[in-house]
Design a protein around this ligand. Sequence first.
Ligand SMILES: [Cu+2]
Length: 148
Amino acid sequence: MNNRVRIAALAALLMSGAAQAADALSIDVHRDANCGCCKSWIKHLEANGFTVHDHVEPDMSAVKQRLGVAPRLASCHTAVIDGKFVEGHVPAAQILELRQRPDLLGLAVPGMPAGSPGMEYGDARDAYQVIGLTKNGKDVVVADYPAK
Ligand SMILES: [Cu+2]
């Protein structure tokens, strides 16, 4: 390889790295048209540096089925990042953690617990857990938020 080719190859490598970093936090959110708490969760993601692609869906249960969200894990909106699902009001911190967990197909906060991101009612918080679905179909606790 002569120097010019080497420099061009290096530049291409650096640029692809930069492009990856730039869209690394890109996330697709699927939701019903009139879901207010879904919009609040989107604001939480944007405040934490995510670029959100918002998709209004006519049939969320079909979306959940297509994305492999088990009914026991279901909530309102369903997001997708890196080909993995993020179901319900999952905090940004665990979405970042999901990217380091090749064992997981996705994350969920089942139901709509008060005090989770996008479900704020003053300072009140229900106890809730962030559940990971493993490739073996098992639920594991990824984070535990106590009531307050
Ligand atoms: Cu909700």
